[in-house]
Each structure stands twice: as C-alpha cells, then as structure tokens.
Write a protein that binds this ligand. Structure first.
Ligand SMILES: Cc1cc2nc3c(=O)[nH]c(=O)nc-3n(C[C@H](O)[C@H](O)[C@H](O)COP(=O)(O)O)c2cc1C
Length: 172
C-alpha cells in the first residue's frame, strides 16, 4: 500500500487572520509534510508553469479569472507513473471556494480509477467549500473522501490535529 501526498501551495503574500504576511512556505505545504510524517509515502508539489503573483490581491484577481474560464494551467512537472499508489492525499488551499485550477490539471492528467483520494485543505473560513463534488467530477471512478480542513493560521501547529485525524480515520 503506497501513499502519494500531492499538494498545491502558494508562497508569497497571504492573509493570516486579517494581517498580510509574506511566507517562504505555504500553509498547505506544512500540512502535507505533517501528513507524510504520519502516514509515510511520497510528497509531490503541484507547481504551475507560470507563477501566480506574489501580491495577494493580484493573485485573487488571476485566480478568479481562471475559475471563471475553467482554466487548466500547465504544470511544471508530472509524475511518470502513479500505478504503485493506491491512496492519493490531495491538498490545496481554498481559492474562491474551490481548489486552484492547477489541482484539476493534475487530477485530470491521470487515471485514478479504483484509487482512494483523500482531500485536505487550508482556508480562511470556507473549509472545503465546493471542492469535494468538483474533485469527484474530475475523478469519477475514484472514492473521494473529505479529509481534514485546517485554518491557514493554524497550519504551523497542525501536527497533533493531523495525527488525531489519521488515527481516527484508519481503515476508512
Ligand atoms: C486567490 C486566493 C483566493 C482565496 N479564496 C479563499 C476563499 O474563498 N475562502 C477561504 O476561506 N480562503 C480563501 N483564501 C485563503 C487561502 O485559502 C488560505 O490562506 C490558505 O491557507 C492558503 O494556503 P497556501 O499557503 O497553501 O497557499 C484565498 C487565498 C487566495 C490567495
């Protein structure tokens, strides 16, 4: 049983409970690392060919336009072979109530039929938003499980919460 922990996470300016800060590591990346520490497996960062603006407000404008046009931004790299993985943890920030469109580029690139997809997200209040049904649409033959939603400001202290969540959900 092999795990893949794939995530999109943005570095640069972000809001932390109302205050703008610039970060070298995104919130979702921190959670992805905590999950990997707990369950083992391979980490994969979903990176777009074209970077989003570091400026928060500019990024929200670009993201909104991508959402409107159902964009599938090109990715920098792909995994050669995903056949060894039976569980895919997929992590993303909530952007306008959904994952960044790059997450759909990633999901639709592969055939995840028969695999379990466990979602995790970081957010500033929207939780999973509408992400689960959209991910299920992109992966119609996979079991998509709603995993853990962590408030962005809590990501750096998420280890215990992640551990408890995994312990609770074993053999789901
Ligand atoms: C373009 C953009 C749109 C966002 N939209 C939402 C939203 O609709 N709801 C929400 O709760 N948080 C929203 N946020 C906040 C992020 O989900 C939150 O800060 C998250 O932890 C960022 O994760 P990251 O550091 O891994 O990129 C948005 C952030 C950005 C940059």
């Amino acid at each position: 049983m092999a795990n893949l922990i794939a995530y999109y996470s943005r570095k640069g300016e972000n809001y932390f409970s109302g205050t703008i800060k610039s970060v070298a590591k995104g919130n979702t990346e921190i959670v992805a690392e905590a999950i990997q520490k707990k369950v083992g497996g391979d980490l994969f960062e979903i990176e777009t060919e074209k970077n989003y603006p570091a400026d928060y407000t500019e990024c929200t404008v670009v993201a909104k336009e991508e959402l409107r046009s159902k964009a599938r931004p090109d990715l920098k790299k792909y995994l050669d072979d995903i056949s060894a993985y039976d569980t895919i943890y997929i992590g993303y920030p909530c952007w306008w109530g959904l994952p960044p469109m790059a997450v759909f580029t990633f999901l639709e690139h592969y055939d995840f039929s028969g695999k379990k997809i466990i979602t995790f997200t970081t957010h500033e209040g929207s939780g999973f938003g509408g992400s689960i049904s959209q991910i299920q649409k992109s992966c119609p033959n996979s079991k998509v499980v709603k995993g853990i939603a962590i408030h962005g400001s809590d990501a750096k202290n998420c280890e215990k919460e992640v551990d408890r969540w995994i312990d609770r959900s074993i053999d789901r």
